[in-house]
Design a protein. Structure first.
Length: 252
């Protein structure tokens, strides 16, 4: 029997700081049949300075009237918000999941009982962060956008040394561009990761549409992560690189 693909509906920050939107994202992910709906857990003050410029794609989608710090501050989820979203996921029969972007957020998610951790591409060389997650001994999804093969190896080694076995890891191929052009995807890199490190592999997809995600599954991806939104016309940095609910359902 072919193994079932784990599908993560990446709500990310597409809730725009609005709990009503966040819960509707959960509802739509559950309706689509996704296994998990994933948010992002962070403190803006721990990620960026007050004068940090936005990434180019963020400026294209949200303008330059506010700083990256101001934008991220509006998108933070408090501990109480997390608890409310976890309860709503349980009521809808879909798993809650979130990516932590700093050590304090890792500890929060551990305290809330999260059973797996997603390491975002930007933290793949952050050794204190990797060690904190590795000590938790949970399932780990390691995203590799922008990383060289040696950096992936160092991250896997750090996680193993901290206590997470390689058998608990899935390495996600990823092209860090929003949206990512199809001619920059190179899905065979996913097979290279599997051959190099003898790990399960998956794909974190930033392309428009879902054809590339389907191709990734055909090539051996056991996990697919895909951004989704209620409406690509909503304001915010990631909406335009996301699927809408009916597209997510079609992908599943």
């Amino acid at each position: 029997m072919t193994p079932r693909t784990l599908i993560i509906a990446e709500a990310g920050v597409n809730h725009n700081g609005d709990m009503r939107l966040a819960k509707e994202l959960i509802d739509r992910a559950a309706d689509a049949g996704a296994d998990l709906v994933k948010f992002q857990t962070f403190k803006a003050a721990r990620l960026v300075t007050g004068t940090a410029q936005k990434a180019d794609y963020q400026t294209r989608t949200t303008g330059d009237r506010e700083s990256q710090y101001e934008m991220l501050s509006r998108l933070e989820l408090t501990e109480e918000m997390h608890r409310e979203l976890i309860a709503h996921c349980a009521a809808r029969g879909i798993g809650f999941f979130s990516t932590a972007f700093d050590l304090e957020s890792v500890d929060l998610l551990i305290s809330l009982g999260q059973e797996r951790f997603k390491i975002p591409s930007g933290e793949i060389t952050n050794l204190p962060y990797l060690r904190r997650i590795g000590r938790a001994g949970k399932e780990v999804l390691l995203s590799t956008g922008m990383a060289a093969l040696g950096e992936v190896e160092q991250a896997i080694t750090a996680l193993e040394a901290a206590g997470t076995p390689r058998t608990a890891m899935t390495v996600l191929h990823c092209t860090t561009e929003y949206p990512a052009p199809m001619n920059e995807v190179n899905l065979r890199a996913m097979q290279t990761l599997h051959a190099a490190f003898d790990v399960a592999v998956g794909y974190s997809d930033h392309t428009a549409g879902f054809e590339v995600a389907i191709a990734a599954v055909a090539m051996g991806a056991s996990v697919i992560e895909k951004h989704f939104t209620l409406d690509r016309a909503l304001p915010g940095p990631d909406h335009k690189a996301s699927l809408e609910p009916q597209e997510l359902k079609a992908m599943v």
